[in-house]
Design a protein. Structure first.
Length: 398
């Protein structure tokens, strides 16, 4: 297959249903491939269902994709390739990516009604070129760039200052939690929309096993910064417990450890629907974040909603700022990060008191039903786009 050949990479699980209610021609930009992550795998189908005509411009970090292809009703353009993930070379690659986007937009960006920039490394070039494109943009902040530990400390206040400018340039800003609202003046705060990391409602598998060992489930990025090494140590100490894992492993020592522990069931990277369905086969969902960085302390994981959707309790580390909400709503258990002894004790407590765990899981499902679900967040997204569309209509008429 030629690199520039326009091909189809269709996902068989997704059923596209157009409502033709928004009818906006939208360009979405992000420094990744645009599929295979929890957020975009929910966002893009929802936008297509609303009637948005979407083109995605992204970065093929593994250099395995064609330059142009169609997938689930979205047109993809890979304008930057290679460099991989989580390595020091990205300090060179990220500025090059920003320059590439900035050079792409003046010629290609003008034909769209609206641009959505996902995170700072897309938002910056969109803001820089807005005086040329004259296209409004939504700034979709998944991770506040200046809060990351991978960014040198000397650069963090500079990036934070530039990020505030990008926010001022944006028409609207999407964040996954109230704690991510960085603006202080009222006029800017009013531009923010909170769209939580909520799961779609996935039912259990028809052939779900009737009996299975006690299971702790972790999914997504299986990294040390997500506490996966602590869960693996607990698995060694509790050999009659099953640790179910689904997701991506980037660290060789963690992968080796996963494959060496008999009671670890590693499924690899799965489609979102399959990964969520496994929640129903677990007893508790594990969601740790190393408190080494501000962004991790402010984490509100997708896994919280995943657990609520499936009626399962959570184990969350107590350093996460919003873990107090987990305790307040009685939907899980809190454990200090790094304390494997305490983690083992909590797991044993859950096993010995299943009625308590079931109550916490039921509390989570009630919260999911009343508002912490993707259908509600999808409506928030549609309301936001309707307001943007209305502003565009007034601007064009004027």
């Amino acid at each position: 297959m030629l690199a520039n050949e326009k091909t189809s990479l269709q996902s068989p699980q997704l059923e596209i249903c157009h409502t033709d209610s928004i009818n906006i021609k939208m360009l979405i930009i992000a420094s990744h491939q645009g599929f295979g992550s929890v957020h975009v795998d929910k966002l893009f189908p929802s936008l297509v269902k609303m009637g948005c005509d979407i083109t995605f411009v992204g970065w093929d970090r593994k250099n395995t994709l064609p330059k142009r292809f169609e997938r689930n009703g979205v047109s993809y353009r890979m304008i930057f390739k290679g460099w991989g993930y989580a390595n020091k070379l990205l300090m060179i690659a990220l500025p090059l990516w920003i320059l590439r986007v900035a050079s792409y937009l003046p010629g290609k960006g003008r034909k769209y009604d609206l641009i959505m920039a996902i995170d700072f490394d897309a938002g910056l070039p969109v803001a820089l070129t807005q005086f040329i494109t004259r296209v409004p943009f939504i700034y979709n902040i998944r991770d506040n760039f200046a809060m990351r530990t991978t960014l040198p400390k000397l650069l963090r206040p500079i990036v934070a200052m530039i990020d505030r400018w990008v926010i001022k340039c944006a028409t609207r800003i999407i964040v996954p939690d109230e704690s991510r609202i960085t603006a202080t003046d009222e006029s800017t705060v009013d531009k923010f929309a909170v769209i939580y990391n909520c799961a779609p409602d996935i039912k259990p598998a028809i052939n779900k096993p009737e009996t299975q060992p006690f299971t702790v489930y972790a999914m997504g990025y299986l990294l040390k910064t997500r506490g996966i090494h602590l869960l693996l140590e607990a698995a060694v100490r509790l050999p009659d417990m099953r640790v179910l894992l689904a997701g991506t492993v980037h660290e060789a020592d963690i992968e080796k450890q996963i494959l060496s522990i008999p009671n670890v069931d590693f499924r690899g990277k799965l489609p979102q629907e399959d990964a969520l369905r496994l929640c129903h086969e677990s007893d508790v969902i594990f969601a740790f974040y190393d408190p080494v960085s501000e962004i991790n302390c402010k984490a509100v994981s997708n896994k919280w909603s995943d657990a609520m959707m499936s009626g399962k309790p959570l184990i969350v580390n107590s350093e996460v700022l919003k873990s107090v909400w987990i305790k307040q709503e009685d939907i899980g258990y809190l454990c200090p990060y790094g304390d494997v002894n305490q983690l083992v004790q909590i797991i044993q407590q859950i096993r010995q008191h299943p009625e308590e765990a079931q109550r916490k899981g039921a509390n989570g499902r009630r919260l999911y039903d009343v508002g912490y679900n993707w259908s509600v967040m999808e409506q928030r997204l549609q309301d936001l786009l309707e307001k943007v569309k209305g502003a565009l209509h007034l601007q064009n008429n004027y």
